[in-house]
Design a protein around this ligand. Structure first.
Ligand SMILES: Cc1cc2nc3c(=O)[nH]c(=O)nc-3n(C[C@H](O)[C@H](O)[C@H](O)COP(=O)(O)OP(=O)(O)OC[C@H]3O[C@@H](n4cnc5c(N)ncnc54)[C@H](O)[C@@H]3O)c2cc1C
Length: 435
């Protein structure tokens, strides 16, 4: 493949890190004791820490990489209300009342994250841009309309169907047969959102220790003893907020969380006319295929950000960039010889029942398994719910499910993902999706 796709200065780090570089905290000794230890400095861990520290609790956050090294500084930046399962699927499986109860979790999470950003005055290009969902086939279009009509009926959510001839006002491509606008969804700059949240956490008095990997945990009386690469500490309470980066330190969670890689690229700066020739409405978009693709314009309006190939396992990010470039050009041939400034990857987390979970195992609190694309609302909301539970407040959510399923053949290495992806590809082929 051609090297011509790489712009000068091409990077294999997230585009978001240009405006929000990752950094390490000034190194200080770990405390011998802390009231609450939090593993992971993404949205989940920070949200829990903020609520606890504001209520006077002594909180120590342990992060193996730089602050916000995980998906929280790498994601696509769309704020929405969705699970892996649609509302119509939930209704078919659980009946209307239980489905509404479960889906209410999406509404509460979405309301929470928007309120958090506004209340904390986090400067992160929080914009009511809306979302465009593109239908790959007429069957997708019908299913989309049924789903959005159900959300409107049960929750009053707004939507507008877009026919194929009208689509050019949203997305300029020959690929799709129409789609729908969901005007209430929003976008942010995920790196700046994370930075703003981390700053509020520091101001509230919680300590973040970056470069501090927790290697094992064990019960110690009523509390916990944590071993890290920088020494040991004891904690009265423990929160695991590791999502797609969950590892050997928490084997019970590792058996229940499937790390899923996702990949994105950013183009070199393009002029406004070129970007308007791709996404004239400037909404974030994704399609309905199992092998989903998605794109948006960067918050500063300078370039296109595009993602696909979710779930695949690649270590050579330059090859990933070339493959994503080819897909992006197939979707938007009008981009011509556009070059890329960035490619990056990040890990989200699936669960065996496709639902996020917030719970407690043997006294260890956790929230994770956001199943892609909704970790900003769920992570911040469920992190806060964990904290309020520790504080003894009413903090129930529909995602406090008694069981978090494991799989007898799974111990943390997702060997079955290639098979799963082939099956997803077959479903797309059967549905007549053009890739
Ligand atoms: C490419 C991509 C696009 C996405 N797009 C969207 C989107 O548009 N909208 C949306 O809402 N969500 C999106 N998501 C999902 C969202 O980013 C995540 O669900 C969310 O950031 C998870 O936050 P978290 O705090 O739970 O985990 P993370 O942010 O992943 O943080 C977990 C942290 O734990 C640390 N850690 C793990 N183990 C240890 C240990 N033993 N010791 C110390 N530290 C440890 C890791 O280093 C990591 O920093 C996307 C994800 C990806 C990857």
């Amino acid at each position: 493949m051609s090297e011509a796709v790489f712009a000068p200065g091409f990077k294999t780090d997230p585009y978001w890190w240009d405006a929000a570089p990752r950094r390490h905290e000034p190194q200080r000794a770990l405390p011998a004791d802390t009231e609450v230890a939090v593993i992971g400095s993404g949205y989940t861990g920070l949200s829990a820490a903020l609520t606890l520290a504001r209520r006077g609790r002594d909180v120590t956050i342990l992060e193996q990489g730089s602050v916000g090294f995980g998906a929280s500084s790498r994601n696509f930046g769309m704020l929405g209300r969705q699970y892996k399962y649609d509302l119509t699927t939930l209704i078919a499986r659980f009946g209307v009342e239980r489905a509404k109860e479960l889906y209410e979790g999406c509404n509460r999470a979405f309301a929470f994250v928007n309120e958090l950003i506004s209340r904390e005055k986090i400067d992160c290009f929080h914009a009511p841009s809306g979302r465009y969902v593109a239908a790959n086939t007429p069957a997708h279009l019908r299913a989309l309309e049924t789903e959005l009509a159900a959300r409107a009926e049960h929750f009053g959510h707004q939507y507008r169907m877009v026919s194929r001839p009208e689509q050019a006002g949203e997305l300029v491509t020959q690929r799709f047969v129409g789609g729908a606008v969901i005007p209430e969804h929003k976008t942010v700059h995920p790196g700046l959102f994370h930075d703003g949240l981390a700053e509020r956490v520091r101001e509230a008095g919680a300590a973040i220790h970056s470069g501090t990997a927790v290697t094992s945990i064990a019960r110690d009386g009523a509390g916990w003893r944590l071993v890290t690469n920088r020494g040991e500490l004891r904690a009265n309470q423990l929160i695991a907020a590791t999502n797609g980066y969950t590892g050997k330190a928490t084997p019970w969670l590792r058996r229940r969380i499937v790390p899923i890689r996702a990949y994105m690229i950013a183009t070199e700066p393009l002029d406004a006319a070129a970007l308007a020739g791709v996404l004239p409405s400037r909404r974030g978009f994704h399609d309905c295929a199992h092998e989903m693709q998605y794109a948006r314009i960067s918050p500063d309006g300078s370039r296109l950000i595009y993602g696909a190939m979710t779930g695949e396992a690649h270590d050579d990010l330059r090859s990933v960039a070339q493959a994503l470039h080819a897909r992006m050009r197939a979707l938007f041939p009008q981009l011509g010889k556009v070059r890329l400034s960035h490619v990056w990857t990040g890990q989200c987390a699936g669960t065996f029942d496709y639902f996020p979970h917030r719970g407690s195992h043997d006294g260890m609190h956790f929230a994770m398994g956001y199943c892609f694309g909704a970790g900003m609302p769920f992570g911040t909301w469920l992190g806060d719910a964990i904290a309020r539970g520790i504080l003894g407040e009413e903090a129930q959510t529909p995602l406090d499910r008694p069981e978090m399923p494991a799989n007898p053949l799974y111990w943390g290495r997702p060997w079955f993902l290639p098979l799963y992806l082939r099956y997803q590809g077959w479903l797309d082929w059967k549905d007549g999706v053009r890739t």
